[in-house]
Design a protein around this ligand. Structure first.
Ligand SMILES: [Fe+2]
Ligand SMILES: [Fe+2]
Length: 450
């Protein structure tokens, strides 16, 4: 196990003092969390806007990220926090902390108090000789799995700022973890959201989508390349990054990028997309036990999709979505999904008294291929390399600024009742279930019965 790494003078003593005063003004609480071996006197930074603003204003998270990167020789980067708090040792209350390991992968601890403000104290690590005594403003970074202990203080008070850091991308989608701006992450397991594009016509993406549909392959557009978008497609992708990184509080690492492809499906030709979850097929071939999924899978509808439904299986409910032109459906990249035809009129057959001959004529005229643009967001680039070059085109000037997504309320979304099939691997099974429903055009999303 790697030894702890100390940085002397990480923060100026005056800034440490400001932080202590802000924490005392915001008040500490004793955390009786039963998961903890011992109650601690803490101030959770995410619950104290004044302390959080101070910390962010001092650039402390960026400095912390650099310290962690230095500890791992640049191999790992902080993606999220399990916890970010200030702990207070007080001779009259909590004097010490028993031997323990931390949550997260890597721990960061910053001494806010000057040595002369308490007697005793220090931190003992199982893999070092003798306790570590940090001067005010100095920090230590260490392996969270190394046992350590806060030694008892005999008088005075000792304040430490502590961050339990994660360095893997998956941590950013666990609800309750903290983002790099020290805000709770929503996580995105079992969530699907539909957005409407405003101030932007998806028709401008049609040419690029048709090129990609014809190629039948995907392209990979690194996030850094979209800083100056050179086409309407790249412009749109910037908009998608902004939307999802913003709402999920994602930090975007250097290798992040968007995988983009297009599908043209013809219900008349029997096209469908069998159930699958999006994953890095190359990584899967090497290590099938550890599939790598995009952080977000998305479908943008370039025309109305009346005769084919996108089905996304959640843990508690299932979405059956007939997309409308301009809508953007996004869901957790780990979720099972597919596209199924809804034949025999499906949701178009209303009790409107229209003669069936007329209706069929109208249907034939309206029938067209379902055209969608698929954009998956990857925080780490996939292993697979078989990408095609992105289509070029006009319309990249605005840097995503002219794209505005509005969350569509569920009652505006044509979704069916949840369909939980007996056999999720069998498309025929779900097709049968979808087509047997007469209420497919109702706008409901209800919890599945368990
Ligand atoms: Fe600890
Ligand atoms: Fe997919």
């Amino acid at each position: 196990m790697q030894e702890p790494r100390v940085t002397v003078g990480f923060l100026a003593p005056s800034q440490c003092q400001i932080l202590i005063e802000a924490c005392e003004a915001a008040s500490f609480s004793v955390d009786p969390n039963p998961e903890y071996l011992q109650a601690t006197t803490d101030l959770e930074v995410d619950r104290s806007p004044s302390v959080r603003d101070l910390i962010l204003g001092m650039g402390l998270v960026e400095k912390l990220t650099e310290a962690v990167a230095a500890y791992t020789s640049g191999l790992e980067k902080v993606t999220a926090f399990n916890d970010f708090f200030v702990v207070k040792y007080d001779a009259a209350h909590q004097r010490e902390l028993i031997k323990h390991t931390d949550a997260g992968n890597i721990s960061f601890m910053l001494a806010l108090s000057p040595r002369e403000s308490y007697k005793g104290g220090g931190t003992a690590f199982e893999n070092t000789n003798g306790p570590l005594h940090l001067d005010q403003g100095s920090c230590v970074v260490f392996d969270a799995k190394v046992f350590h202990q806060g030694l008892p203080i005999h008088s005075g008070k000792r304040y430490l700022l502590v961050a339990f850091c994660y360095t893997d991308a998956a941590a950013t989608r666990i609800a309750g973890n903290l983002s790099l701006t020290i805000r709770p992450l929503q996580g995105n397991r079992n969530s699907f959201d539909l957005f409407k594009t405003r101030k932007f016509s998806v028709s401008t993406l049609e040419d690029a989508a048709k090129v990609l549909a014809k190629l039948g392959r995907s392209c990979f557009i690194p996030y850094v390349a979209t800083s100056i978008p050179s086409s309407a497609l790249e412009n749109f992708i910037v908009g998608i990054w902004n939307l999802h990184a913003g709402r999920l509080g994602l930090g975007i690492p250097r290798g992040a990028g968007a995988e983009v492809w297009s599908q043209r499906l013809d219900v008349g030709a029997g096209d469908y997309v069998p159930w699958h979850s999006d994953k890095d097929e190359a990584a899967f071939a090497v290590d099938p036990d550890n599939p790598k999924h995009p952080i977000i899978s998305s479908v943008t509808y370039l025309n109305d999709s009346d005769e084919m439904a996108t089905v996304v299986f959640g843990e508690n409910n299932t979405l059956v979505c007939f997309g409308r032109k301009g809508q953007h459906l996004a869901f957790d990249g780990r979720m099972l999904h597919g596209v199924v035809p809804v034949g025999k009129g499906g949701r178009e057959d209303g009790a409107d008294g229209e003669a069936s001959g007329q209706r069929n004529k109208r249907r034939r005229k309206r029938r067209r291929r379902r055209l969608t643009l698929l954009v998956n967001l990857w925080l780490e680039p996939p292993l697979r390399q078989d990408f095609v070059a992105p289509p070029t085109g006009e319309g990249g000037e605005s840097g995503g600024e002219n794209i505005d997504f509005e969350k569509a309320p569920w009652d505006e979304i044509p979704v069916s009742h949840p369909l939980m099939t007996q056999d999720n691997d069998n498309p025929d099974e779900i097709i049968a279930q979808v087509t047997s429903r007469s209420d497919i055009c109702t706008c409901l999303l209800v919890e599945a019965e368990t």
